[in-house]
Design a protein around this ligand. Sequence first.
Ligand code: GLC
Length: 575
Amino acid sequence: MSHLRPPTRETDPAATATRVRPGASAAAPAGDPAARTTAPDPAWAPEALRPGWWRDGVLYQVYPRSFLDTDGDGHGDLPGVAARLPYLRRLGVSGIWMTPITASPDADWGYDVSDYLAVHPDFGTSEDARELFAQAHEQGVGVLHDVVPNHTSDRHPWFVDACSSRDARFRDFYVWADARPDGSPPNNWVSMFGGPAWRWHAPTGQYYLHNFTPRQPDLNWWDPRVRRAFRTILRHWTGLGVDGFRIDVCQAIVKDRELRDNPPATAEDRTNVRLRGQRPVYSMNRPEVHDVLRDWRALVDRHPRRPILLGETNTHDLQALSRYYGAAGAGPGSELHMAFNFRFMGQPYEAGPLRSIVAETERVLPAHAQPVWTLSNHDGSRYVTRWLGGDQRRVRGALLLLMSLRGTAMLYYGDELGLGDAPPVPLADARDPLAHGGLPGKDSRDPCRAPMPWDDAPHAGFTTGTPWLPAHDPRVTSVAAQERDPDSHLRFTTDLIALRRARPELHRAPMELPVLADGVLTLRRGPLDCHVNLSGTDVRLPGGHVLLATDRADDGTTPDALRLAPWQGAVVERR
Ligand code: GLC
């Protein structure tokens, strides 16, 4: 694979010249048609990262491999992210989370780390990373680094050593167990990606645990050396300038010490549990994970910049979710600062189910816990396809809902454009390990990871080379086209984020959920009502001053009664 080649940016002066330096023009490289869309806005005053940037602002998930390629190798890179900081700033986001940028043989696209301290050569160098973080800070944008503590790559030197003998120095960094008398795996655990979670290692005569692909052996968090190693990793990235961490598979890193069998799934369990046939009682969500998170929290709290912790808390039990924030005591909590609430995006796009999950979250999460809401990410179908069936008329209602929830909103790159999934990638060209059907019912994640459409240049302005995944068709949508169009989703999202900043009630005030009409979801935030009509018919609601509406003609009006066509929404200041 091309990404195993030696780093080119070190040796290629032309590539180095494309790097955007602080104070220099933030536009894309000369000759890059995308440059048109990224001219710096003279109105921006560089500002330092504000305290509370993660609490009060809107965050944005960048999939760096698909964002912008500056060296023509077909893979997005860190200078590409840096070149688009002005775009993100214009949109109004206050922080980014980048999926892993660490060295990896890419059996699971960066989520199989072979060196936690090195930058993947496809993305650039540690110097590129440092420079990106510095530039982000100058523009008031925080950066979250994705750390993967549940497993490593099978090429990681720890695992290579662990495989060399039962007495190897790093053997206990991983979860090894003897076969049962009949030779079968030590327990019934199944991999999140399908099939048994154990792989037989013939040379040393034991099984090793892999909760994902066999090329992602699980680390053994009962070994204190693993804990020490990760403290070093967190310190390293904090030293390079990151403002926090997104913790991959946060809920599963510590396993049951006795490796007990998981109980079978029942008819009442949710689809994802039934799909795997068992409840992950002993392989995930163990109480001891909280010790690790408390330790990490103490570590980041000691740092002068106070980096923050955001967990990929893949639990659908909101009581369990609330425990990841830790005890409040006198301060803001003792574990994660933020935890994804994936129950929300798992609901159908209907007023009833969405209202109940929001209400339950408000009821269950303690006051110090900052909820995190998202519509899409790199692990599943985008909201425009999954929720809206590709119907562009519905896009703004969903965005309005996201931005009106109490807590932090996380956009996935392209959400602001109303980007849906790209067409399926033929199996022969598939990149995602899930594409090969290891877990029936789980589709390839390639379509939600297609390159960002910047403009109408070849490959939508993403690369001058051959993109690692086919680009979206820029005739359907692109940043350039939406920046030109005053009535675009991009302009709407930008205005919505600005409104959220101007009226902090939108993200901060307690939420009430009055039912004002059938099929309409209303989030009452102090004097503001955010309505989205999910009923499929026209509705009339109490009037007021319309601060922002999905139908932009209504912006700034003061109707006696608010009429909303199907899928439309508005933020209204009540009389
Ligand atoms: C997380 C990541 C996903 C990855 C898995 C294994 O769920 O978001 O992309 O495949 O962990 O690391």
